[in-house]
Structure formats: structure tokens, C-alpha cells
Design a protein around this ligand. Structure first.
Ligand SMILES: [Zn+2]
Length: 320
């Protein structure tokens, strides 16, 4: 019976193909676009939306402090290689009374691979004009570029916040004069993107550990830059630590958190801060979000004998 059915089907399909030469079974064009770049989860009563600004391929083997061969071998353990497609993530926090954006992506400063933040915020159901506060983990160009849209303020109703040490550093024309050619671009990006907000009276720097809005606390995490900040979001005893650039290359730096990256302004301080913050987060069992971890970049840390294991959050539709 089975073989009879098969042979009937086979002869039928041959007949259909023979009778209808114009029918193709693979004519649908490839779509070539990803799902909208947002991921949503609840944290207590707060709604957290991770928003993608895009990805860039980075030659991480030449950027990390480990030698290139070691880095490539470490990546191979995770079936990855170079260049490594790297996420650029931002986070929207709706506390119920405030809509807060943590970091803004690269805007137009990195070509058309980045600059997808606003489109993805809209896909996620929000508008840039609804955002009350923009909190910057630091002022590197891939975090401040999205402050501007078509050269104008992208978040017209928001106050922008960063650690005072951070803006004092990157907005200093004196310091820029002595900067290397590479870091010159970081100074220019910080000045050009933050400038319109400062002129409009919409930039409010803070000092070290401060509650910026109820439920969102800034903690000093210096090293990657002079005023790098970890934002701890807390609701009903649940915590999410948004660590910015305390880590760039998960498959290398979780297992070997002592490895630093070229973009660290003070490498030894960056390493010490990563070790301290990772240890605290792993002990607490609370959530962490990283700007350059694979989107949505949300998960937990588990201490291992050498370093850490990254446990990404599960997909969820529990949003009540
Ligand atoms: Zn970054």
C-alpha cells in the first residue's frame, strides 16, 4: 500500500511538472531582512525593551589585548570567527511614570549598518518624543551618535544625563588638542552630539552614585572611560544591571575577564571594574544587559572556575 501510494504520487508529480513547465517550486525571492530589532520583558512592574541599533563586523582579534591567535582559538570554541558580527544595543525602560532610554547607538557615525534605533523604537510601539530621560553609559560615538537625527535633537522632550567626569573629559578642547588621531574622533562625536542638548539646557550631568529617576540608579564603573556608568534598574526586588561597555566580546571575555580592548581608556581600571562588577552580578543572580552582547544582550552570569558563563534570558511572552 505504501509503495503503491508513493509510486502514484511520483507519477502524478512527474505528470504535473511535464504538463506545467511554467510552475516553479522555488520562485519566492529571499526576503533578506531581520525581524524588527526589539525584545521585551518585564522587570517587576517595569517594562524593559531592548532595542537594536544594528550590528557591525569587528576585527576583534586585533582589538583585544590577548594575542590574535589566542583570540581566534577562543572564538572557535564557540564556532565563531573574525570578523565577529557585534551587536549595538540600547534599552528602553518604562517605569510607569517615566520612559527612559539607556544609550542611543551610533546614529549616522558608522555608515548604514547602525542608526536603526529610532526605527526599532517605533516598531516597538514607542515614539522618540515620548522619552523623558536619556541616560548615557559613556560618551563613545557608538553610544551618543543617535542623540541626533538629521543633525537635530532626536529626543525633543528628553533630558540627557551622563557622569560629570565623562562630559568633562570628552568635552574638553584642551584634552582634545593632545589626543591621538584615533581618539580625536571620539572627542568630536561627543561634542557634536551632546552640544545641541547643552545649548538647549537639556543636559544634566551627575556625580558618581545617584538615583536618576525612581528605580534607576547610576553607579560609577570607571575604566573603559573616565566616567563609565552602570545603571541599575530595580522594581519589586528584581534588578537589571545595564553595564554599557564593561564587556565587548562575550565568547572571549566571559571566560577570560582579564582581557581588555583597545577602546578602554584605562585598561587596568577597565579590567578591575569588570572583575568587580561581574563578581557582584554573579553573586546576586540578578539580570545584566550589555551594549555589545548578542542582541538583546540580556542574561545572567554564573561564576565558573576560570571566569563566567553567560546565561541569556529565555524568550518570553509573559508581559503582564
Ligand atoms: Zn560601545
Amino acid at each position: 500500500m505504501v509503495s503503491l501510494t508513493r509510486s502514484v504520487l511520483l507519477s502524478l508529480s512527474v505528470a504535473v511538472v511535464a504538463a506545467s513547465p511554467s510552475i516553479s517550486f522555488a520562485a519566492a525571492p529571499l526576503i533578506k531582512t531581520q525581524a524588527p530589532g526589539y525584545f521585551r520583558m518585564m522587570l517587576g512592574t517595569f517594562e524593559i525593551t531592548a532595542v537594536s541599533d544594528g550590528t557591525l563586523d569587528l576585527p576583534v582579534d586585533t582589538l583585544l589585548s590577548a594575542n590574535a591567535k589566542q583570540t581566534r582559538a577562543q572564538l572557535a570554541k564557540s564556532y565563531l570567527g573574525v570578523p565577529l558580527e557585534t551587536s549595538f544595543n540600547a534599552y528602553l525602560i518604562n517605569t510607569g511614570s517615566k520612559l527612559v532610554l539607556i544609550d542611543t547607538g551610533g546614529g549616522l557615525l558608522f555608515g548604514d549598518q547602525l542608526g536603526k534605533l529610532i526605527k526599532n523604537i517605533e516598531a516597538a510601539g514607542y515614539k522618540a518624543s515620548q522619552i523623558d530621560d536619556v541616560l548615557l553609559t559613556h560618551l563613545h560615538s557608538d553610544h551618543v551618535g543617535g542623540l541626533l537625527l538629521d543633525g537635530a535633537i532626536a529626543f525633543p522632550n528628553a533630558t540627557v544625563h551622563a557622569n560629570r567626569r565623562e562630559s568633562d573629559y570628552w568635552l574638553s578642547t584642551e584634552r582634545m588638542k593632545t589626543a591621538s588621531a584615533n581618539s580625536m574622533e571620539f572627542f568630536k562625536a561627543a561634542m557634536s552630539t551632546l552640544g545641541p542638548y547643552i545649548q538647549a539646557g537639556k543636559y544634566q550631568p551627575f556625580d558618581a552614585d545617584t538615583m536618576i529617576v525612581p528605580g534607576v540608579m547610576a553607579h560609577a564603573a570607571y575604566g573603559h572611560t573616565a566616567g563609565s556608568t552602570v545603571y541599575t534598574v530595580e522594581s519589586k526586588g528584581q534588578e537589571l544591571n545595564l553595564i554599557g561597555d564593561l564587556i565587548h566580546v562575550g565568547p572571549v571575555q566571559f571566560e577570560k575577564p582579564e582581557v581588555t580592548i583597545e577602546f578602554d581608556v584605562d585598561r587596568s581600571a577597565a579590567k578591575a571594574t569588570r572583575l568587580t562588577v561581574f563578581s557582584q552580578i554573579a553573586k546576586s543572580g540578578q539580570l545584566m544587559g550589555g551594549s555589545h552582547l548578542p542582541f538583546p544582550g540580556l542574561g545572567r552570569l554564573k561564576a565558573t572556575s576560570k571566569g563566567y558563563q553567560w546565561l541569556p534570558v529565555d524568550y518570553t511572552t509573559h508581559l503582564n
